[in-house]
Structures are given as C-alpha cells and as structure tokens.
Design a protein. Sequence first.
Length: 259
Amino acid sequence: MTLDIAKKKEILATVENLRVTDIRDGMDWVGLHHFGTIEPEIRPLWRAKAAGFAKTARHIPTNRQVPTMSPDDYTKWAYEYWYGQVMANDYRDLVDDTAFLAIDTCNTPTPAVGSMDSMIFAALGARGVVTNGGTRDSDETLEQKAIPIWSRWICQPMYQGRVEWGGHSMPVEIGGQRVNPDDLIVADGDGVIVVPQDVIEDVLKYAIQESENDKIARGHLFDALGIPRNETTESKFDVPPHPYELNREAIELRIKRKF
C-alpha cells in the first residue's frame, strides 16, 4: 500500500488528537501486542509530541583506520574524505513535510543528530527524529528545540573513525523494532511507537475508540475530584458510543461513592 501526501496529512491530522498510549491500545486491539513499542531507553530530549511517516537511514560501524597525521592534515582528511565521501549523504531528496526520520546507528554511541543537523532537518520540513544512537551538542539542541528528538544517548563524538554512511530508504532496527520506510511513527513523553503501514487505519479506529472512552472517564473523575475539566476530557471524534462506556455510573461504582 502506498499512501499519497494528502492521505498522509489526513492521517497525521487524526493522530494529532491521540497519545502514544492510544496508539498502543490500537495495536493491541488488532493483535499486535508485541510489536511497535520502541525500547523505553530511547527517550525524548525534552517533553514533546510528534508524528510522521518514517524516512529511514543507517550509519554502520567502520573498519577504516584513522591514519596518523598532523592536526592540519586531519582537518582536510575529516572534511574532504570522511564527511565528503565516507559519510556523504543528502537528506534533501529524502525528507518532506510528513517525514519522521528514523536513523539507525547500529546502537553505536555516535550522533544521529546534533545542533546543526536538527536545524537542517527542521528546515527541510521533518517532524521528528528517532534514533538508537545519540544526540550531540545537546545544550544547544535543547535551547533551539528546532525539531523533537528521541535518542538512546547524549554523546560527544563525531562520525570520523567510528561510523560511515550505510544508506537510506531500507528497513532499519530502532529500539528492538523494525521500521520500514513510510511506517507511521508516533512519539510523545511516553516514548515512541511504530505502526506498520498496512494496519494504520485499523489501529487508528480502535485507538480512537479507547481514547474517547478514556476522555469520558477522565471527565467524570475530574468532577469527582473537583478538578476543572480541560481539553484532555473533551471529545475529539464523532464515533459511536463505546460498547463498555465508562459513564458516570460506572465511575461511581469504581470509586464506591456518588458525586
């Protein structure tokens, strides 16, 4: 199944009103209990929410030896050879405004994204980055907040002598999950989940069902606790009533009192 840009944007507009936990519920409802959830060690650099369609890339460990040379020669070698050839890549043709970058560093503590990369990715229109590698220049990246980032590490090194470009637009592994190009990625403070493209519509149907029921329950619990209702209790979708709606009576039964 290939989704066009208009359909992708329609899906993303729906996902804006859902949490990662709702998507997780949707995956469970279609029988994918052990699929999709990226390892919890891969965390947001700051609390953020993002969703998009996977654009994949890979950095692979190198077996190239760094030669002995003067610092001035190292500058030429790093920029002309390593950055210019070994790590040469071009995200310009890979990224559009529905893209969520999934960068597999083969679990090496090297940077998939730094302060400059984050601004380049954002300027190209990407919605987020997830990696099993690291974030570099994290103080600047946190200050800029150009693009939401989920990574395994905060790290210091650059690429040279460590990893080389391994290609793009292929299946990659991020946090124990396979990510295919154009899978749906949803991420927030609870982590990251990957939805295979061929089940997106079914997953969203049941994610919405459970999310709407949760909002009903939250609204009644807010009332019981004297908390002013807010947008987390507001319905976002016009869908049939949940077959096991958590209505006021059900909540009163659970908390053993009327309110």
